[in-house]
Design a binder for this molecule. Sequence first.
Ligand code: NAD
Length: 425
Amino acid sequence: MNIFEEASKRLEKALQHIEVSDDVFEKLRHPKASLEVSIPVRMDNGELRTFGGFRVIYDDTRGPAKGGIRYHPSASLDEVKALAFWMTFKCAAANIPFGGAKGGVVVDPKKLSKAELERLSRGYIDAIADFIGPDRDIPAPDVYTNAMIMGWMADQYNIIKRAKVPAVITGKPLELGGSLGREEATGRGAYYIIREMIKNEGKSPSDVKIAVQGFGNAGYNVADLLYNDGFKIVAISDSQGGIYSEDGLVPKDIKRFKNETKKLEAVYCEESVCRIQEHENITNTDLLELDVDVLIPAALENQITSTNASRIKAKTIVEVANGPVTNEADEILKEKGIPVVPDIIANSGGVIVSYFEWVQNRNGYYWTLDKVNAMLEKMITSEYKKIVDIASSKKINLRTAAYVHALSRIAGAIEAKGTRDFFKK
Ligand code: NAD
């Protein structure tokens, strides 16, 4: 089954627990629009190379579509469709007035020079400019794209439109209309949820051992915020492999060392000196199977599958990446009694603060960091609690509960335009 079909299964499951018109399933079975483009880029050596790119608007019944842009060598139309589908449900679960979209470019950005990366990013916007817009579809960063790339993209859109349109893209640098707090928002949202979860279990942060797979924007920020609140981060990994220390790791120091050396090492730093601490080197497979309280996959999709789900020992999984647990793995984890806080709520902090950025851009009035964080905390924890309540009242897992919650809002919007019962003669 391809990744998009896998994603759609979650809708089918949710439909078993909520009464909605058949029109809703019919509408949500297909993406609204899919665009496939070729992006010719002049390379530094004079060669002209063409990169493939995609943008998919999945559903925009509840508002303009919203979703990140991923740069990855294995990006594909099916993957982008699945990610756009998840965005539709994420925006509804988080109660922000957006539909879902996603973009992707087939490229390994680590193999491009900075100037090539800029030309590619501007070329992608040239190719999709008529498809996006602040009232139509609003991109943002995702895997291997960042604030600077969003800045180039927004600038290119301004050049094409001969106007300043900051609300067309979120996750921009602050100086170009970005929002305070957007950079760490995905990690911060997940941190608020984990804090709420631990509070409900009557535990204190120092009792909680955490492993984080992926040390990019989402993985680093959630690890750092948890560490600063007293949680014990025992394992971290990136695409090269992982590190484990029973005594706990210091995310900020590890990031500083990685920025300087490109290596993921267990270090602690005092002023300008960083020392290697005692640790074990582990693989990404080992990390996923550690006996921890909270496992946070924060890298890519399909990490916990039918192959390794039975070996998972974590007490809870919090999906900071999109789609890290497959449907088959979900069933195995359910049998093992391991709850999974699903991506569409766990990582919705990013899109929530992207929404704040869009609001600020449109108003031309910018919020303080305290206001952004307070609003984020209020929104994400209140939606998370509603999902927990649905799960317990309907006796379903958190994922299905999150889909039921999102679906009730999407269905409401679809049905408000009239259903087959309304129109039938
Ligand atoms: P990023 O590019 O900043 O970081 C990705 C990280 O994953 C890097 O540390 C990389 O080394 C690591 N990685 C790649 N392949 C790996 C592998 N096989 N095993 C372990 N680590 C691996 O990306 P990001 O923005 O942090 O996104 C990570 C995940 O979070 C994605 O699933 C993304 O869709 C999701 N997400 C991100 C945001 C956001 O605002 N950035 C919002 C919502 C969801």
